[in-house]
Design a protein around this ligand. Structure first.
Ligand SMILES: [Zn+2]
Length: 230
């Protein structure tokens, strides 16, 4: 919350501009508000033992955001957690030019084997938060012969546009304070840590060397780590 007056007098505008900026920053840091949550929905599926859920949030800037959950068990003292950005062509159709489907299936295998784990699936993150149209543009550029790195740069994907604050709000609402994060991306780990989630360990998703070599190279350039404690 801010104490700012909505119509500062012109004489006070300069003096108060810093306070306005600080107020805006505080407003951006306000946690998303939960509008609706649905948990514990059992849907028979080919993977077995998976439960589904959803949250709808009102974001501090007024937008709504939906986050879906796929989980095995979220009641352990340390929960295996993956924040999985949706990929329309990869997750649904098994796109061979990206490793998203591979990473999602590997995550499901891990959480089923360990009987502990949660996949947070933020719909807002489609196309790395640039939308499905841009996801299609990206793969169009790959088809034209661009490298993953050049295609991402051409679409402004060299910067990560994703906002993980609603994902953190899901963890806090579920009472999950300590996680073993399933990721290769150190930025996700750092964001959760900054948000007060204890990172007890990291489980990397190790893509077989013979698969997705170009995708792997692009992710290495983004700082992703493919090795680490299991
Ligand atoms: Zn993908």
């Amino acid at each position: 919350m801010t104490n700012l007056k909505s119509h500062p007098s012109p004489a006070r505008e300069d003096r108060s501009s810093n306070r306005i900026k600080k107020g805006a920053a505080r407003s951006r840091r306000r946690p998303p508000r939960i509008v609706e949550k649905i948990l514990d929905v059992r849907i028979p599926n080919r993977h077995g033992r998976l439960t589904f859920g959803a949250y709808r949030f009102q974001m501090p800037d007024g937008r709504t955001q939906e986050i879906y959950l796929i989980y095995v068990n979220v009641h352990a003292s340390v929960v295996n957690v993956r924040i999985n950005s949706p990929c329309f062509t990869g997750d649904i159709f098994g796109n061979n030019r990206c490793d998203c489907n591979w990473q999602l299936l590997e995550t499901l295998r891990i959480i089923k084997d360990r009987r502990n784990g949660l996949v947070i699936y933020p719909l807002e993150h489609r196309g790395r938060s640039l939308g499905i149209v841009n996801e299609l543009r990206y793969f169009g550029l790959l088809a034209e012969g661009k490298t993953p790195r050049d295609a991402a740069n051409a679409l402004g994907q060299n910067r990560d546009h994703r906002d993980f604050s609603a994902c953190v709000a899901v963890l806090k609402d579920l009472g999950i304070g300590a996680v073993r994060i399933i990721t290769n991306n150190p930025h996700k780990t750092a964001f959760l840590r900054r948000s007060g989630i204890r990172i007890i360990g990291r489980i990397p998703i190790v893509i077989p060397q013979d698969k997705h070599e170009d995708v792997r190279a692009a992710n290495v350039a983004r700082g992703h780590q493919f090795r680490g404690p299991k």
